[in-house]
Design a protein. Structure first.
Length: 390
């Protein structure tokens, strides 16, 4: 049954947001959009809470800062200032060119990591007086790890933003909480090469929610593949969004996911194992009944051979059950540069030509698995995640 166009977030603001053709104009495979662009989200906040606005944003994983960047129109048309961070040398040169007309933007040519996030992105509330307006995070890897570290620093170091936009794993639905971690600050996804596993990577919706919810955030919209979280202090800007109060993350998630499944070509194309994706979706809602069995039989058995990043650290769990597994490999003595850090485009044939270490032998059987078993509600699961050592 077709989705009711008028039940989408673009019609939950007054006046209604004008229809847009694509969220991603460069590829035209995320069309049509039925969601509120970040500029409209900012406008609503500014209209409702003008004295709370800092007119400051942070863009981590900015690329060139222009093509398909949701913050560009805020910078160019609303005059906000902020910080943009991009590690790639070529993209950073383009970023400098595109940001040249806006002297209020500070540019940083570094990769973000758990160890430098607090220093590079410092924005203390007691100094600034107002929290930053929007934080956008898209680093193709350990988004949850970075976000968790920043939120744990407290507002004396990094003021909790009004809005957080974060790119998520494209496929894993709640209650599956999966997240790639930056072991020893190594960036990138756990799968090497990327095309060997386009299905399980990054940060899932449930994992992101478990990180931000204890800090007061709710899911405003899921404009696939980006989640837009809003701090509960500011939900008064969106009184017509039905899942904010009373809160229902699942309603917001499935609203966006159903739209993407019906309209966005990219979600159908950006998959490695379509049969596995179908099976995963069919069994995900029952994963809470047998969480350990699901994690072993559905997730680990299929994908552990693809996790070749070194050092490796990822976490997967079924939120609300207390069952999770930490997957690690810290043995880099035999690993070539092939395994280290950001390595998305290594030919798969090269991997098959004897490129193995102790962890990847026998289909990943050498990976270290640390299980956590017990009963925990969603909030406890979120706090457990925050208390883990990094």
């Amino acid at each position: 049954m077709p989705i009711d166009f008028f039940a989408m977030p673009m019609h939950m603001a007054m006046p209604h947001q004008a229809a847009t053709t694509c969220s991603a104009t460069s590829f035209k495979d995320v069309c049509p959009s039925a969601f509120l662009p970040l500029r409209r989200v900012w406008d609503e906040l500014n209209a409702t809470f003008p004295s709370a606005m800092s007119h400051y944003v942070q863009n981590v994983g900015a690329r060139d800062g222009f093509v398909d960047d949701p913050l560009y129109s805020l910078i160019s048309e609303r005059g906000v200032t902020g910080l943009a961070m991009e590690p790639d040398a070529k993209q950073f040169q383009a970023l400098k060119k595109n940001m040249a007309p806006f002297p209020g933007m500070s540019l940083v040519n570094l990769p973000i990591s758990p160890s430098n996030a607090g220093e590079v992105l410092a924005f203390p509330l007691k100094v600034q007086g107002r929290s930053m307006d929007i934080f956008k995070l898209d680093i193709d890897g350990c988004e949850c790890h970075i976000l968790e570290r920043l939120l744990a620093l407290g507002e004396s170091v990094w003021s909790h933003p009004k809005i957080i936009q974060i790119e998520l794993n494209h496929l894993l639905p709640p209650p599956i909480a999966y997240r790639d971690m930056c072991a020893r600050d190594a960036p990138g996804r756990s799968a090497v090469p990327y095309e060997a596993n386009l299905d399980v990577w990054g940060c899932s919706m449930q994992a992101a929610y478990d990180v931000v919810r204890p800090r007061g955030y709710r899911l405003l919209q899921y404009d696939w593949p980006d989640a837009v979280f809003i701090h509960s202090r500011f939900i008064g800007s969106f009184i017509h969004v039905p899942w904010l109060d009373p809160e229902s993350m699942l309603a917001a998630y499935w609203n966006g996911r159903a739209w993407a499944d019906e309209h966005y070509r990219r979600i159908r194309m950006h998959q490695t194992d379509r049969a596995w994706v179908q099976h995963m979706m069919q069994t995900s809602l029952s994963s809470a009944t047998h969480p350990e069995r699901w994690l072993r039989n559905v997730l680990l058995d299929r994908w552990n051979s693809s996790w070749r990043k070194r050092p490796l650290w990822l976490e997967a769990g079924i939120s609300g059950t207390g069952f999770s597994v930490r997957v690690e490999c810290d043995d880099t003595s035999k690993a070539t540069q092939l395994y280290r850090g950001y390595v998305p485009y290594v030919p798969l044939a090269f991997l098959k030509a004897g490129q193995h270490d102790e962890c990847s032998l026998n289909g990943g059987a050498g990976l270290k698995l640390t299980w956590q078993r017990g009963n925990a509600g969603p909030d406890n699961q979120g706090r457990d995640n925050q208390n883990r050592n990094t």
